[in-house]
Ligand binder design. Structure first.
Ligand code: 5GP
Length: 315
């Protein structure tokens, strides 16, 4: 039987029933899913901007509250929190509980008390968190021998799991307690040569005229690509090479409280013989003279304090 004339409109689409949408539902669905994808992308871009410190979390919150229908406003609070460097899932859940915010809440839908709570929380935790102005998230910690770079880096590794600490390759032999792959990759000269030839090292240097040390490139690239901050604890020659390779890297120089203190620390740790100590102290004198090349100087008067200062600079 032929279809009744009213069953099709001139362009072939079904007729509109009064009160129904003008377009067929599948067209709406496609348009809606395109809009949803675009909104998701915009939210992802905003989260990346917070994670890489292009904008502050406070700025994102301001945008969300100014326009709750914007991508910032549509962002769920848990998503927002985990975009902030140093907030993992555990911390996120604690913050939500403390502020009495449900995990399904969107930033634009926060009540006035919740907004105020979140704002105060952000201001108290990150008063100094300014946008990085396009700096790379590659941070170099250098400084003279025995200043405590290793101890400061170990403290950061323990307390800031969000920061990726690079593991260097070296041709020196392990000290008691040092674990291959954790403290260093202990390799022989042939393997070190192979790594250089294969372009596997971001930088490398002979330190204290003795052994060779180098930074494996690929774990760093992976961590940076994942949006993590990477910390390299390396010597001055390496720091200069990194600056050359990436001028936007952040260079931090760790200083001893005094020269006498530095000598004391080198003698006290007892890991070097007298000849080696004398050699390292000569290197240290030259290294101290180069502190002006660095973006920041941090005095290692107290390991935990100095480590927190470096971690803050690395954010
Ligand atoms: P140690 O033998 O005491 O562990 O380290 C000696 C020196 O080598 C330290 O000053 C340390 O910062 C530096 N160092 C460690 N890893 C690297 C690296 O990958 N590259 C460079 N250039 N120096 C490194």
């Amino acid at each position: 039987m032929p279809e009744p004339a009213a069953a099709r409109t001139p362009d072939g689409t079904p007729p509109r029933t009064p009160g129904a949408p003008t377009r067929p539902p599948e067209v709406d669905r496609v348009a809606a899913s395109r809009r949803a994808v675009a909104a998701r992308r915009e939210r992802a871009a905003l989260k990346k901007d917070v994670a890489t410190r292009v904008i502050t979390p406070q700025e994102l919150l301001r945008r969300a509250l100014a326009d709750p229908a914007s991508p910032a406003g549509a962002m769920r609070v848990p998503e927002f929190l985990t975009a902030i460097p140093a907030i993992g899932e555990g911390k996120r859940d604690r913050i939500l509980r403390d502020l009495g915010i449900s995990p399904v809440k969107r930033l634009g839908g926060l009540g006035s008390r919740q907004r105020e709570g979140l704002r105060q929380f952000l201001d108290a935790r990150w008063p100094e968190l300014e946008p990085r102005g396009g700096r790379s998230r590659l941070v170099v910690l250098a400084g003279p021998t025995a200043v405590g770079k290793g101890t400061v880096a170990a403290h950061i590794k323990e307390h800031h799991p969000e920061i990726h600490l690079s593991v260097s390759a070296t041709t020196r032999t392990p000290r008691p307690g040092e674990v291959d792959g954790e403290h260093y990759f202990f390799v022989d000269d042939a393997e070190f040569d192979r790594m250089i030839a294969a372009g596997e090292l971001l930088e490398h240097a002979t330190v204290h005229n003795a052994h060779r040390y180098g930074t494996p490139r690929s774990p760093i690239e992976q961590a940076l690509a994942a949006g993590r901050t990477v910390l390299l604890e390396i010597d001055l020659q390496g720091a200069r090479q990194v600056r050359e390779a990436d001028p936007s890297a952040t260079l931090v120089f760790l200083l001893p409280p005094s020269w006498d203190e530095l000598v004391q620390r080198l003698v006290g740790r007892g890991t070097e013989d007298a000849t080696e100590r004398a050699r390292r102290l000569r290197t240290a004198k030259t290294e101290l003279a180069s502190q002006g090349e660095f973006d920041y100087r941090v005095v290692n008067d107290d390991v935990a304090r100095a480590a927190e200062e470096v971690a803050r600079l690395a954010r």
